[in-house]
Design a protein around this ligand. Structure first.
Ligand code: B12
Ligand code: SF4
Ligand code: SF4
Length: 345
């Protein structure tokens, strides 16, 4: 077998060849207090805890405040979600990958158009990334036959941003998303859990400093304090994860949703670290004409069947026809002058 550092260089080269823009390796075994990262926005004392314990504390604190809203699946087994060895017994390292999804298109919001978050302009990132992660997994098995692995792209109980920070890909910004000095806000994440101890990368340092632009940019005050998101107030949650009718969304939040019909990028767009972001060369992330210019009147008339055809292979399927239709109705109502707006108020 190659030396540990040669093996890691080869894995990273393979990952880059498969189209992953960022790749880093984190140790899953508890670090000694002296090597624990100091960017856990809590007390010094908790910084000396092993990462899995810090993640468990953060997750349970978040759940206790009910910041997950109706995402009941987030409540399931927090111990497992915060500890990869409960997902893959004997897990020692995590290979974390990031894919740049930035394109330099500008959404056209003229003429009664809605707005769709950037990550949903093209094809579903889960599909684009998981097939390549599987290929990387195969490569690992060809190099280390006794190895066990599991790979996920938002499909397993893994706290992906924290592990990406641990693997040196970027840091969790005050809006709670990962920020990269090379790719800004525009990385989607995936990972392979492995039972070998690979040479690891240095955890990334938090570079937010005194900036708070993302907190100020949020239309719904969902970032209730730095590094704390109340998902129930977040437009991304309201338009993608929240089930229910128009009136199940509080009226003040409905107004603040503006013309956003799927997801929200306001806190990501404003981040000064986007200055270095370069457009992706990945064809799957290129927008279609309608995702850049989603005309609300036409979308409000979509039948279930038309919705299924238009959203095939796209993240836009997640809220289903019913949820998407609700979002379009709210956006349309937000564009109607107050005297004639009745249906969603
Ligand atoms: C649930 C979820 C949501 C929820 C809640 C978001 C949230 N911030 O938790 C909702 C529906 C609102 C959402 C929205 C979005 N999401 Co989302 N979401 C997830 C999911 C499935 C789980 C996240 C999670 O565990 N949250 C629970 C909280 C407790 O954990 P946390 O956010 O990771 O951060 C806590 C700890 O890490 C800790 N912490 C902070 N700093 C540090 C530092 C250290 C060292 C440690 C140890 C801990 C720590 O404190 C934080 C707050 O308590 C992940 C996929 C995954 N499996 O990880 C995708 C994921 C986070 N989403 C993603 C995306 C792209 C989005 C959107 C940008 C989509 C959009 N444009 O509309 C928005 C962004 C909204 C925002 N400001 O966060 C990407 C983020 C990529 C990136 N670069 O960060 C992910 C990683 C999916 C993926 N595979 O790429 N999402
Ligand atoms: S995604 Fe939008 S609503 Fe959610 S925290 Fe960011 S700016 Fe606020
Ligand atoms: S906008 Fe400022 S505070 Fe928010 S993530 Fe970017 S650098 Fe950090």
């Amino acid at each position: 077998m190659s030396s540990p550092s040669t093996l890691v260089s080869q894995i990273k080269a393979q990952a880059n060849e498969l189209g992953f823009d960022a790749v880093g390796i984190a140790s899953v075994s508890p670090p000694s207090p002296s090597t624990a990262p100091s960017s856990d926005h809590t007390t010094q004392a908790s910084n000396s805890l092993p990462i899995t314990e810090r993640l468990w504390k953060r997750l349970t604190h978040w759940l206790e405040q009910r910041f997950h809203g109706t995402m009941a699946w987030m409540e399931r087994d927090p111990q497992r979600r915060s500890d990869p060895t409960k997902v893959l017994p004997g897990c020692q390292s995590m290979i974390v990958v990031g894919m740049n999804y930035y394109t330099d298109h500008i959404s056209d919001e003229s003429n009664k158009a809605g707005r769709i978050a950037r990550y949903a302009w093209g094809k579903d990132y889960h599909d684009l990334m998981i097939s390549r992660l599987k290929q990387l997994e195969q490569y690992l098995h060809s190099r280390i036959p006794e190895l066990q692995t599991r790979s996920y792209v938002d499909t397993g109980p893994i706290m992906e941003k924290a592990w990406a920070q641990e693997a040196g890909i970027g840091w969790i910004g005050k809006h709670t998303n990962l920020v990269s000095t090379s790719y800004g806000s525009w990385l989607l994440l995936g990972e392979i859990l492995t039972t070998v101890a690979l040479a690891t990368d240095e955890p990334a340092t938090d570079l937010c400093g005194s900036c708070s632009l993302c907190i100020q940019a949020c239309p719904t005050e969902a970032i209730v304090e730095p590094y704390q998101l109340d998902a129930e107030r977040c437009i991304s949650y309201l338009t993608i994860e929240h089930r229910g009718d128009v009136t199940d969304i509080p009226q003040d939040l409905r107004k603040k949703m503006g013309n956003r019909i799927f997801g929200c990028d306001d806190c990501l767009d404003i981040c000064p670290f986007n200055v270095n972001a370069q457009p992706t060369i990945e064809p799957g992330f290129q927008p279609s004409a309608w995702t850049l210019h989603p005309r609300l009147p036409a979308l409000s008339a979509l039948t279930q069947e038309e919705f299924s055809i238009m959203t095939k292979g796209s993240p836009l399927r997640r809220p289903k026809h019913k949820g998407f239709h609700r979002n379009v109705a709210i956006a349309l109502n937000n564009q109607t002058p107050p005297s004639s707006s009745t249906s969603t108020q």
